[in-house]
Design a binder for this molecule. Structure first.
Ligand code: NI
Length: 160
């Protein structure tokens, strides 16, 4: 496997250790470190960056690191956080709409809002805003995602 190396600048208050290959060099208030990555993976990454209109790799990696750190915050907090859960399902599937409505009623104290969009003749998308501690939110999201017939489910959490 061929490995490429490139440098990444992050702000000073974010310190990460990717692996033993990572070297950290201080530059003013940013640090530069090297990352080794399989050539093919980097190629895919670069293509995505272009799609997402990132100016450079550093900017994209900073975003990824921030996302990762925010996610870690949710994991340990007992405080109230908010999540948005989006699911896609076929409403013609027998009993599925009722089942999903029932699940949402069970957790009505956490699920504070639901938006329903009819995507096409068959498919529906629902986005729910869920509040609670991160564990409760994840449990509710897992329940919805794992309901038979739900094609796709994605949870995004955020904290203030
Ligand atoms: Ni619908």
């Amino acid at each position: 496997m061929s490995i490429l190396s490139f440098g990444v600048k992050v702000t000073r208050n974010i310190y990460i250790r990717v692996n033993h290959d990572t070297s950290v060099i201080e530059m003013d208030d940013t640090k530069r470190f090297g990352v080794s990555i399989p050539k093919e993976l980097l190629k895919e990454f670069d293509e995505k960056l272009e799609e997402k209109m990132y100016a450079n790799r550093s900017e994209a990696i900073r975003d990824l690191i921030r996302d990762f750190l925010v996610e870690e915050e949710w994991e340990k907090t007992d405080e109230e956080v908010y999540g948005s859960m989006t699911i896609v399902y076929d409403h013609e599937k027998r009993g599925l709409s009722d089942k999903l409505t029932e699940l949402q009623h069970q957790d009505h104290t956490n699920i504070i809002s639901t938006m329903h969009i009819h995507l096409d003749r068959h498919n529906c998308m629902e986005t729910m805003v869920i509040k609670g501690n991160s564990e409760d939110i994840k449990k509710i999201a897992d329940k919805l995602r794992s309901t038979k017939g739900v094609k796709h489910g994605k949870l995004t959490m955020t904290s203030v």
